[in-house]
Design a protein around this ligand. Sequence first.
Ligand SMILES: NC(=O)c1ccc[n+]([C@@H]2O[C@H](COP(=O)([O-])OP(=O)(O)OC[C@H]3O[C@@H](n4cnc5c(N)ncnc54)[C@H](O)[C@@H]3O)[C@@H](O)[C@H]2O)c1
Length: 339
Amino acid sequence: MKEQNILVTGAAGFIGYHLTERLLKLGYPITGIDNLNDYYDVKLKYERLNQLNKHSKFNFFQLDIANYNKILDVFNETPFPIVINLAAQAGVRYSIENPMAYIDSNLVGFQNILEACRHHNTKHLIYASSSSVYGANIKLPFSTDDSVDHPVSLYAATKKANELMAHTYSHLYGIPTTGLRFFTVYGPWGRPDMAYYSFTRDIIEGKEIKVFNHGNMKRDFTYIDDIVEGIIRLINRPPKENPNYDWSNPTPSASNKSFKVYNIGNNKPVHLMDFIRTLEKLIGRKANLKYLPMQPGDVKTTYADIDELKKDIGFTPTTSIEVGLKHFVEWYKMFYNKI
Ligand SMILES: NC(=O)c1ccc[n+]([C@@H]2O[C@H](COP(=O)([O-])OP(=O)(O)OC[C@H]3O[C@@H](n4cnc5c(N)ncnc54)[C@H](O)[C@@H]3O)[C@@H](O)[C@H]2O)c1
């Protein structure tokens, strides 16, 4: 399998970069696609690309997955038995102000990837969904058997839509698809729009940090290496058809076709205030906290039930918040010369 090219979309993004780096180290030739948009500091995306370009088996195209003809050109040039779609407009809060960006990248872009996979006989499409699909649910931990019909942001709605779109392609055209609901991923080379990143910056610079819902939140923070390990274990395990699927008791995460959705989360939610205290200890400085009410689109707690993942690939994330944040803070200081 290792001589076969894998397509990673969103390769200059946080998760795409780490996954691509790891796959290249394992010997896979990788084609990366990214439009290098300026949703956050583009310099960081170029720096990640610089790291990837050190590998001879990395090939990169700067293009938008919403452009179907350009996507087809890439697929026509190279057959991809495995496609990993991570390109998306991420961020819950941004979707309140800029909904159309989510339609272009997450709906039109994802549809283009599905169509390209259909016409090029892709053997396994893995794509990023999100813990946000659980929306207004209060039953914990969040299980892939739960109904997810109450998203509280357009971002979440597009991710749920991706799972539905993938199901139709598994059903109609037999394309094996695996959707991964990631839970608050953090780590070196991370995303500046996420709280762990801006908190670190603001604590180091002595600036105020905004603590929403007065700190009364819990997140199932998941370290990047655990996410990458989970994806890698799934690559050569496309979901199998299941003629015995129980249609009288259906779950949203599987069907009789080669379709599957998993949670990938740490399975250990951390209180936001404990998270901030850990960061303070690692940075060696007290945070200047500004308590604010809940933001629209946010959810109070995320907590992943990962029994299915354990059962199917024998994998459980292992990185504690203390270890993961230590790696992040060390990287942050090195990257921004803050030592
Ligand atoms: N990081 C998390 O905590 C988290 C949680 C849940 C789900 N996800 C999902 O995982 C995936 C990767 O997230 P990330 O944290 O690496 O985000 P990221 O923003 O760092 O990476 C996404 C990359 O995709 C690119 N991109 C966006 N729209 C594109 C388009 N139309 N065409 C081509 N490239 C495009 C961006 O330039 C970016 O480099 C996304 O689908 C995101 O929604 C992430």
